[in-house]
Ligand binder design. Sequence first.
Ligand code: C5P
Length: 222
Amino acid sequence: MSCRKLITIDGPSGSGKGTIAQCLAEKLGWKLLDSGALYRLVGLDVRNRGLDFEDEASVGALAASLDARFDKGHVFLHNQDVTNDIRSESAGNDASRVAALPRVREALLQWQRDCATSDGLVADGRDMGTVVFPDAPLKIFLTASPEERANRRYKQLKEKGMSANLPRLIEEIRERDERDSNRKTAPLRPAEDAILIDSSALSIDEVTGKILEAADALFNDE
Ligand code: C5P
């Protein structure tokens, strides 16, 4: 009997999770959950409304009524296309701040769980394998050194014509790791049954290939 079609991919920012998750979803023909985008959307909404990032009750209420939509690679907040706005470094930092609030995480939990249907799901985030889908049959924890991750981010930003400063990116990545790993609720850590992959010296195809191999053994045994 084949098992639930669900793969979780967790890891720090810049580990290549997003690209790899997208690649896997395409190859398998499954849906993709980019959970980081949800936290980025809440962060953007908080900033746009001028709310206090430390006001957990208000930020949590905002997350609970998040008016977001994902459509063909585009992300909408209150029907406005914010695909690029949520990708800036400052939006990432705002996301990390709201993500530290338990009420925000609670508010987004069911939203995320509802994405797992029989069509198959690749879920990308920090706590997919530990909190959101603890029973997922295949869990991956992807890492890479902070320098390598900052380098990748630098290239991505430059390609998009956005400004970037490498030493500052390294520092921001370290700070974000620190905050994500040390927060009380759902800290960034591998699930006990996760497969650890260090992508520092691996190409996207190599990492995707490794995961597909594991997926093949699990999901194609009808
Ligand atoms: O993955 P991405 O860089 O888009 O995530 C932005 C921030 O959202 C992360 O730094 C992290 O603080 C938070 N996040 C989280 N849990 C997730 C996904 C993202 O706490 N499942």
